[in-house]
Design a protein around this ligand. Structure first.
Ligand SMILES: NC(=O)c1ccc[n+]([C@@H]2O[C@H](COP(=O)([O-])OP(=O)(O)OC[C@H]3O[C@@H](n4cnc5c(N)ncnc54)[C@H](OP(=O)(O)O)[C@@H]3O)[C@@H](O)[C@H]2O)c1
Length: 348
């Protein structure tokens, strides 16, 4: 049984972590932090946890040592606290962007300032299990990936690893994302009259997740050009990425299937979704809500070397808390699916 605490537990990602960890058979949730809600019941912020926990939020300053700390603070804030937090637990799983990029020189470009403690970057392993399972097994510091980055990477990396993509041409990735991806702090963009019903381009170029995607699609030291655009849609949870890659040589459906099957046949949370009929022919985020699935599908353009790859997940699950718990399970030598087997709802 591992004693775990959740830092930033009043937020959307932190709340999802608490929900998963309370149900986890190998975990005892010890403390959950919030500065604004310190002293209040966790269920007063996360009403889905009524009758599940009597824990109250504590301030970060009141944290006591535990086995594993999950950190769900905003980027920049996590970095400022990390030295103290590392001293409180043998293992840290950080959900912020602060330790995702391997190259410290990338931080000023993508995050607007030099990294505050570049020497610590090397301690962290990038936390997508499908790509870094062996490193996660031995890691004391795990950096969970960005939600849109996870979706795009899981859709694309089998093709890059197989060497079938023409990397002289950018991969064009369009991500559509629900509102919970930007966290619980209210803003004009999330105000109901401004958000309801929208399909709104909010970052056609220059999105920070571009850097993670290029990093993780790098093969033999060559980072592919990534052209990433993000669009806000009228959903609370869920991401769909539609990626356009140019193949080196035309491939048959069977050959593309073989690449994805080789990558994902033994992966507990990856499904290849490409049906010949019906309405659910390709990945759709809606039916993945609350689950740790990532669904990937594809279609070849018969008139060119373009391959269109669709990937979908729940940003708060496989894109955040679910991915973090999966990495925790791997780190602790548990069955990877422990606490993560909810299959989703249909209809929803
Ligand atoms: N939302 C997603 O889909 C998603 C997906 C992947 C990764 N992430 C990452 O997970 C992290 C949390 O995201 P979120 O969406 O859950 O954000 P959120 O809903 O805004 O929650 C932020 C949490 O951090 C705490 N916090 C904020 N500023 C603080 C400060 N200065 N000192 C101490 N605590 C502070 C808040 O506590 P108070 O109650 O004190 O305000 C709250 O618990 C971010 O780094 C984000 O990039 C999020």
């Amino acid at each position: 049984m591992a004693d775990v605490s959740v830092v930033g537990g009043s937020g959307y990602a932190g709340g999802e972590l608490v929900r998963l960890l309370l149900d986890h058979p190998a975990v005892a949730v010890k403390q959950v932090t919030s500065e604004r809600h310190a002293g209040k019941f966790v269920r007063s912020v996360h009403p889905n946890l009524r009758k599940r926990t009597d824990l109250k939020f504590v301030s970060i300053d009141k944290l006591v040592p535990c086995d594993v700390l999950f950190v769900a603070l905003p980027h920049g804030v996590a970095m400022g606290r990390m030295a103290t937090l590392r001293g409180l637990a043998k293992t840290i799983v950080d959900l912020s962007a602060d330790y995702r990029l391997r190259d410290p020189a990338a931080y000023p470009k993508w995050y607007g300032a030099p990294h505050g403690e570049p020497e610590r970057l090397a301690e962290f392993v990038y936390g997508i299990p499908e790509l870094h399972r062996d490193e996660i097994r031995g890691a004391d510091a795990i950096s969970s990936a960005g939600c849109m980055a996870t979706t795009a990477i899981l859709g694309l990396y089998p093709l890059y690893r197989a060497g079938v993509v023409d990397t002289s041409v950018p991969v064009f990735i369009e991500a559509k994302t629900g509102s919970s991806g930007s966290g619980g702090a209210p803003g004009l963009g999330s105000h109901h009259p401004e958000r309801s019903g929208v399909v709104r381009s909010f970052k056609p170029t220059g999105h920070r997740h571009s850097a993670e995607i290029a990093q993780e699609l790098t093969v033999d030291g060559v980072a592919p050009p990534v052209a990433f655009s993000a669009t806000a849609i009228d959903a609370v949870r869920g991401i769909l990425t539609t990626s356009h890659v140019t193949l080196r040589d035309p491939l048959t459906d069977k050959e593309v299937w073989a690449i994805y099957r080789a990558a994902y046949k033994d992966e507990p949370f990856m499904r290849i979704v490409k049906e010949a009929g019906g309405i659910h022919r390709y990945p759709e985020p809606k039916i993945l809500s609350g689950s740790n699935w990532c669904d990937v599908g594809f279609e070849r353009d018969p008139d060119s070397k373009r391959l269109v790859v669709m990937a979908a997940l729940d940003n708060l699950m496989k894109g955040a808390a679910g991915q973090a718990v999966q990495a925790f399970n791997i780190r602790c030598g548990l069955d990877e699916t422990t606490g993560l087997t909810f299959p989703g709802l249909h209809p929803i």
